[in-house]
Unconditional design. Structure first.
Lengths: 439, 439
């Protein structure tokens, strides 16, 4: 199966940031076979199984969402402005009403939302990850799926830290899947016993898989480690010997200079969730300092109740404006650098930069066409600026994951969105009733 | 001509913030004739000239963009991350390449973008405002159009402060237009001689029209007034006796406590342009303090080279996240309050709250239907939160201005977007050539 995409403005995001203003791409099976200027194309169009005219589009690498919770679509628009929403609304609702079926339908819907927004790879942390892996497999997205471990009984386990048992079964089952990487996700340093964190890390070590954790996100988390151990969350995790390049640290809002050095030394990657961090008034992470130390940083939407939409266009814009303002310098975090965080730098956080994150021959065919015919996309003197400052998710026209067309002309190819929604809505009856009691 | 809109979730934004979860609206000619719960509708559907089924929509008052520059579409994506872009790129390009024809086509395109984003009223500050009034009239939007006055020759005048002469002809010509209010717009306190500011204010006084100005936006503006007059820009303007309720002050980023008191005493309204202010790293205005003093505050996109897109959804999200983070409190600026700034509070800034800004019987029929069938709009526990945190411009389905349907099913009714674009592109040849030399 060979597909030609022609006449697109291609941003490869390779090391040289090569662009082709009138470019072509050839997809063979699941990989990129050729990429270049259209005038260099040798083969005849009739030799391809499919030809897509990319006129008035920008072709980009599939975007990488480094942190989300796909089971949480039901929580969207619920208590957004409520103080301590996590303990007042989210945890109680999850324990009372989250089921395997609800997580499954939420997962499929969330993946649809990401595909429609040009996200081809995501990192999830939630419960029922075996079920969410099934949803991901059906939706044909690329993902790292981390089963949550936390020090209280949850919707998918009756015992504290029961996620470890769950993960022990879940991980080997999905280990050799082409698109899915199973993982383990201790919720946060302060919501797990140190022994449980070490146990989770040992499991990740055994299988060579990612360890995902919320780190240095909460004020009370910082206070807890200062008082109890006279250290920081990062310092504490280092003392447990669980930091390494497979560790994906979400948030990292409150870091000391020493914390930054530790992240660098241990090779930890960071999932920066600016929308969630700032909507909840938690603060702005020291991303410029991280980038100067060559710590890999990607962008994350966080869950749909925190970042609200599962698209990185919103996050890119917020990243630009927050860091420019915090640093009092409009020239820092130029659009090209922010777009890199949404693509190739995100791939580095996931240790997948050899496969995804840029459009290069031999890499997986995770490709997005963003149309420039909509009103917000003219004129374009700088395509990176157009993507970061002007585009929104609705400009995504075509999406390929691993060579498979999942979005064509802004519609899901293999799924019907209104079916996904009505299936989810049907599962939400109890949840919605309980939710309305809480708010 | 009578139109019925039915089955919509209506957010009236009246004083009580009345909502109708299954509501109807009747438009007669240019006004709202009835509004209420659908089960209270007396007339038969066959009695209407047109019936719009608002199923899966939220009906809201047309949004009000309190500050923009509609002639500046050609500048979009040009030097976004460039320090001192105003003097290095914008001013030189404007003087060299901005023509009446270019402003006209840019204006029409910009108005189309706003209509498609649910903005029914805007406040403009630019050159060639007589031509832009013609564009606004053709596009059937509601607007306050302010001719710029500045202390150097510009694209539409050969002399410093020539905008005053221009305005003297422009204002009486459009004074009795149903949708257009002409105005005068001294560029900033530090870019005009004090005498010119007073002259502009006298002209505004004579006709009872708005005076629009960028105020307290730039660091060097603050320094200038501190050094030369030992005061602030606001203090200086008060000393000139030009502040009053017809004054629309854009930006107001850097205000002292005394400045806030002056704004309150003089009844000045503020156009808050969070996107432009933070992308350019200028800072976050003290909006919470303004609201506590009951100073009217609306939202503005600023020009398409500063705020990039001419929609208020982007601005609402940025407003929420920036103010919550600056004040370290996720509960401040709840979605409902931010949505009010985009509608009824914006109308107050313009002294037009008796006509627009809320859906009430007798007010002008400026109405927007936002669809909730797209992937980002489910579930909705709080429609205000859905509008502020989840929606984007592409969710706007129908727009009525003064009773006229200008957008239907996400398409312009009376114009063809690709024609508007190709007309603008055709006028941009010289501009684009010069622009590429500057960046």
């Amino acid at each position: 199966m060979k597909t030609l995409i022609k006449n697109s403005h291609i941003l490869t995001m390779d090391d040289k940031r090569t662009e082709y203003s009138d470019g072509y791409l050839i997809i063979e099976d699941n990989a990129i076979l050729e990429i270049g200027s259209y005038d260099q194309l040798v083969q005849k169009e009739t030799e391809f199984d499919k030809v897509i005219d990319g006129d008035q589009t920008i072709a980009i690498p599939g975007m990488i969402n480094t942190h989300t919770h796909i089971g949480m679509i039901p929580f969207r628009s619920l208590g957004d402005d409520c103080p301590d929403r996590l303990r007042r609304i989210l945890f109680p609702l999850e324990i009372a009403c989250m089921t395997k079926e609800l997580a499954y339908h939420s997962g499929k819907y969330a993946i649809a939302e990401m595909q429609l927004a040009g996200i081809t790879t995501f990192v999830d942390m939630y419960y029922f990850e075996d079920t969410l892996a099934q949803a991901t497999d059906e939706m044909k997205s690329r993902a790292i799926l981390g089963e949550t471990v936390v020090d209280f009984p949850t919707c998918d386990t009756l015992i504290a830290h029961g996620g470890i048992d769950y993960a022990e079964k879940f991980i080997p089952k999905w280990l050799n899947h082409e698109l899915i990487t199973p993982a383990i996700a201790p919720h946060a340093p302060n919501t797990n016993d140190p022994e449980a964190i070490k146990e989770a890390a040992a499991l990740a070590e055994k299988y060579g898989i990612p360890l995902i954790m919320h780190v240095a996100e909460m004020d009370y988390e910082l206070n807890y480690f200062r008082k109890k151990y006279n250290t920081t969350p990062i310092g504490f995790l280092q003392s447990l010997k669980v930091l390494n390049p497979r560790f994906i640290a979400a948030h990292c809002i409150h870091l000391s200079d020493q914390d930054l050095q530790i992240l660098k030394e241990e090779g930890v990657g960071v999932a920066h969730c600016i929308g969630a961090n700032t909507k909840s008034a938690k603060g702005v992470a020291r991303i410029k300092d991280m980038l100067e130390l060559a710590i890999p940083v990607g962008l994350g939407t966080d869950g749909p109740s925190s970042g609200n939409t599962l698209d990185l266009f919103t996050q890119m814009k917020l990243t630009a404006n927050f860091h420019k303002t915090t640093l009092h310098d409009r020239s820092v975090f130029p659009a090209k650098e922010i777009f890199a965080m949404a693509t190739i730098e995100g791939a580095k956080v996931l240790n997948m930069a050899n496969q995804i994150g840029s459009l290069e021959v031999g890499k997986r065919a995770d490709i997005v066409l963003v149309e420039t015919s909509s009103v917000n996309m003219f004129p374009i003197f700088d395509p990176y600026a157009a993507l970061v400052y002007s585009a929104n998710a609705s400009n995504v026209q075509d999406v390929f994951i691993n060579g498979t067309s999942v979005v064509r002309n802004k519609q899901l190819v293999n799924n019907n969105l209104s079916d996904l929604r009505s299936n989810l809505a049907a599962e939400m009856t109890d949840f919605s009733k309980k939710a309305r009691e809480l708010i």
